[in-house]
Design a protein around this ligand. Structure first.
Ligand SMILES: [Zn+2]
Length: 157
């Protein structure tokens, strides 16, 4: 065992923790480490002789109050983010419904125009169907809402 390794353990041994055989062997052979251990034991003895100062009045109550306050602030922040995401999701849903209604009116208008053209002599057109991108955007909105919900639940638990 080196002097540096003994230095790392001197405080603990002086405070009463059991010393290893290597520690004891080194201290018996090394004057410097023996002196350091004796000094640490003197300090421990003097510290033990002094009474421990009492904790300030209302210390526990103040710490508990501060912990509650910090937790409350954190929950408030999570609530604000969750509400903002909820409002954003609601706007997306309203926008999607409005776009869907608008697409339906555009599609019906186009359909009646095509029917008019078909009656005028052309062939019968196929009814309009939503495109693949419409379904992909819907799935993306739903996934975003699920991710926001999962994130908020994880933060609160
Ligand atoms: Zn030493």
């Amino acid at each position: 065992m080196t002097c540096a390794q003994v230095d790392d353990q001197i405080e603990a041994v002086a405070a009463g923790e059991p010393a290893s055989d290597a520690f004891r062997d080194h201290v018996e052979r090394c004057v410097r480490c023996a002196s350091a251990l004796a000094g640490a034991r003197r300090i421990e003895t003097r510290l033990a002789a002094r009474p421990a100062p009492p904790a300030p009045a209302r210390f526990t109550a103040a710490v508990a109050s501060r912990i509650r306050s910090e937790r409350w602030k954190s929950e408030q922040q999570v609530d604000r983010v969750f509400n903002a995401l909820l409002a954003l999701g609601l706007l997306i849903v309203i926008g999607g419904v409005a776009a869907l209604l608008n697409v339906a009116s555009i599609a019906s208008g186009a359909s009646s125009a095509l029917e008019f053209l078909a009656r005028a002599g052309a062939r019968t057109p196929a009814p309009p169907t939503p495109s693949l991108s419409t379904y992909l955007v819907g799935v993306a909105f739903f996934g975003t809402a699920l991710a926001a919900w999962w994130w908020a639940e994880r933060r609160l638990s």
